[in-house]
Design a protein around this ligand. Structure first.
Ligand code: LER
Ligand code: MN
Length: 276
């Protein structure tokens, strides 16, 4: 397992990203701290030159486990289940753009907040059916480009649909494409899952990516989540992907990132699961 951290490619009002200022400076700092990779939070892939991005990150020895899409919802209100058909089409097109960038960067695309809320006059049944259709369209396009998609269950206070691993797995069944899996995030899991370790086991090989954040949305080590036990569960289930730090930038981005690294990295070493 490798240790990564979320970095926004552009400035953003998205609050759960530790690094959202100048991209080159942030990437240099993250590499200097010893991280293995950066999860790129990208509002609009058209603003990113994939080849330049690859050479910059290669210079720093950083990998890209996945591309985040949530800013397209937070900043532009693009939603895969909007009652407005033009907005839905724009959201699907945006995911297609992320898929194209992911192909250049040889990485995955995550689908969290861009799924969108259930808005009037739609019912949750109608929104779920649109979500399944949209995900099938995106999954087929991603499969043709050799890209995997990862859906993130998000807690009930931040999202209307797909709160738990169980609901995520049911959605995967409906979508019916093997290149679609789940991201689990310890912050959301702490709110929604009966057992964090049990849900990791239940997700098994459909677990494509993993977010680490403590129970209070601060860096790992600032709350009461037992990351040693989580890492053991990930290892037991055969997970070999990355752990990405996604937390509030408190007391400041660099201190929060350093504390995450100091908390998680020794646990990966202790468990003998770090492959850097
Ligand atoms: C995004 O990965 C996430 O976890 C959500 O809480 C959006 O902030
Ligand atoms: Mn997350």
């Amino acid at each position: 397992m490798k240790l990564a951290i979320v970095v926004s490619t552009h400035t953003t009002s998205f609050s759960d990203v530790a690094f959202a200022g100048d991209f080159d400076t942030n990437v240099a700092q993250v590499a200097e701290m010893g991280y293995d990779g950066v999860e790129l939070a990208v509002r609009d892939p058209k603003l990113v030159d994939g080849h330049e991005m690859l050479s910059l990150l290669e210079e720093h020895g950083l990998e890209i486990p996945i591309l985040g899409t949530g800013q397209a919802w937070v900043e532009e209100r693009l939603s895969l289940v909007s009652p407005d058909s033009k907005t839905r089409a724009a959201a699907i097109q945006r995911v297609m753009d992320h898929i194209e960038l992911a192909q250049t960067l040889s990485t995955m695309v995550m689908l969290g907040l861009i799924r969108g809320p259930v808005e009037e006059p739609f019912t949750s049944t109608r929104a779920m059916s649109l979500l399944v259709d949209a995900l099938r369209t995106c999954a087929a396009e991603a499969a043709s480009k050799g890209v995997r998609l990862a859906i993130e269950p998000i807690n009930r206070y931040e999202a209307d649909m797909i709160h738990s691993a169980h609901e995520g797995l049911e959605l995967l069944e409906q979508v019916g494409h093997q290149n679609v899996g789940l991201i689990l995030d310890t912050y959301h899991m702490n709110i929604e899952e009966p057992s964090l370790e049990g849900s990791i086991q239940a997700t098994g090989d459909r677990l494509f990516h993993f977010h680490v954040s403590d129970s209070n949305r601060l860096h790992p080590g600032a709350g009461h989540i037992d990351f040693e036990s989580i890492i053991r569960a990930l290892d037991d289930t055969g997970y070999r992907g990355a752990l990405s730090g996604e937390f509030l930038p408190n007391p400041d981005p660099v201190t929060a990132a350093r504390r995450c690294f100091e908390h998680i990295r020794p646990l990966l070493d202790k468990a003998g699961v770090r492959h850097g």
